[in-house]
Design a protein around this ligand. Structure first.
Ligand code: HEC
Length: 152
């Protein structure tokens, strides 16, 4: 008898349904001022990546590979070692601990981009050229760095 497994469609569904970071209490600043100031540096037209697929459960992510991919695709904004830059926030930060930003939030960020909500750096555009597997490697590395910094 054959076992049917459908982790991929599940992943796509969750990507479509969940909204990032919608827990109440995040928006203490509530009514954010939308007055038209100069557009944030790094604003890029955002095209959601419909071809993006979260890898199936059991995919073996390699933190070392993630470190390289991060340096290539994310460090411009999130800084060396994910410690932040003048273009984007640090990801080795309590805000991004697993209980507040699950792995799904990371997949979402890569595939769909992120609207500015925690910081003042502007929006994060979807990141082209990073597959679901690549993102899994990156997440494995970030989680390792977070643990090393006492963020779990
Ligand atoms: C062009 C700049 C830029 C690039 C490149 C970039 N980011 Fe971001 N990212 C941002 C900014 C700015 C935010 C903060 C948005 C906010 O909360 O105000 C952010 C937020 C995030 C978040 C938090 C998402 C959430 O739900 O709040 C994650 C996770 C993330 N980025 C991961 C990545 C990863 C992984 C890469 C590389 C594959 C990457 N980013 C590349 C600018 C960037």
């Amino acid at each position: 008898m054959m076992l049917q497994r459908i982790p991929l469609s599940l992943g796509i569904l969750s990507l479509a349904v969940l909204t990032a970071c919608s827990e109440p209490g995040n928006d203490a600043a509530g009514a954010q001022d939308r007055s038209a100031e100069a557009p944030a540096a790094g604003e890029v037209p955002a095209t959601p990546r419909r071809e993006f697929r979260i890898p199936p459960e059991g995919f073996e992510a390699v933190p070392e590979r993630g470190a390289e991919l991060f340096a290539t695709h994310c460090a411009t904004c999130h800084g060396d070692g994910a410690l932040g830059s003048d273009q984007g926030p640090p990801l080795i930060h309590r805000i991004y601990e697993p209980s507040h930003h699950s792995d799904l939030a990371f997949y979402r960020a890569v595939a769909l981009g992120v609207h500015q909500h925690h910081w003042e750096f502007g929006d994060m555009p979807p990141v082209a050229g990073v597959s679901g597997e690549d993102a899994a490697h990156i997440i494995a590395w970030i989680r390792r760095e977070q643990r090393a910094a006492g963020i779990e």
